[in-house]
Each structure stands twice: as structure tokens, then as C-alpha cells.
Design a protein around this ligand. Structure first.
Ligand code: ZN
Length: 121
């Protein structure tokens, strides 16, 4: 069974859970457990990176203050789940020392589809 198939089954199970009384807020424990399982399974399915800034907002602000707009505006492959730069471009590797092609995000654990990384800028 693939993760996608397991997620479909979990979603069907979730739909059969009797909702909490409308007087109570939030999810039932069963619903919460299924949501956690679905989230964990989805993180194991490799997703292509998305483009984002190579440096965090505070560092970019310092770069801009120093007139280094080119580095401040540099974009690179980032985690599709949390936005962390993945270190897949030579530019980011040279600036951060991250190694090429981590198959998982080091912050959130999202699996990354390395077949779709962008060309170096
Ligand atoms: Zn991430």
C-alpha cells in the first residue's frame, strides 16, 4: 500500500467519526490522531521544491541595509512545506556551506523530489 492509498483510507475513516457535540470546541481524539497520521504520511511523499528567498528576513534586512541587494533578493529552492532553503543551488551552498541535494528538509522532515530542482542562478 502506498502512502497516498493509506491517506485515502484514513480520510474515509475520519469521515465516519461521529463529530463532537457542537457545544464542545475542537476535534475528538480520534479525529486528531487521524490528522497527525495523515500529516506524517504526506511528509514522506516527495514534493518538488518551491522558489523562495535564499536568506531569512532578518539577514536580508542587514544585506539591504549594507547595499547588497543582489544577495538579499537571491532566490533558491525551498521546502514546499515550511519554506526553509534546501541548499540545492551552488549559490546557496557557497553562502551557507549546505551540501547538495538533501532528500529531506532538515527543519520539518518533508521529503523533497530532487528531480525537479531549479538550475543555478
Ligand atoms: Zn521544511
Amino acid at each position: 500500500m502506498t502512502n497516498e492509498e493509506a491517506i485515502k483510507i484514513l480520510e474515509k475513516m475520519k469521515a465516519r467519526i461521529v463529530p463532537l457535540s457542537p457545544l464542545l470546541e475542537g476535534k475528538s481524539k480520534d479525529e486528531e490522531a487521524i490528522d497527525i497520521a495523515i500529516e506524517a504520511l504526506e511528509k514522506q511523499i516527495p514534493k518538488p521544491p518551491k522558489m523562495g528567498y535564499a536568506f531569512p528576513e532578518k539577514i536580508r534586512a542587514v544585506m539591504t541595509f549594507r547595499g547588497d541587494n543582489e544577495r538579499a533578493e537571491a532566490k533558491t529552492d525551498c521546502c514546499p512545506a515550511c519554506g526553509r532553503p534546501l541548499g540545492t543551488s551552488k549559490f546557496v551552498q557557497s553562502q551557507t556551506g549546505m551540501r547538495f541535494g538533501d532528500p529531506y528538509c532538515k527543519r520539518c522532515g518533508q521529503a523533497i523530489d530532487l528531480g525537479v530542482i531549479a538550475d543555478d542562478k
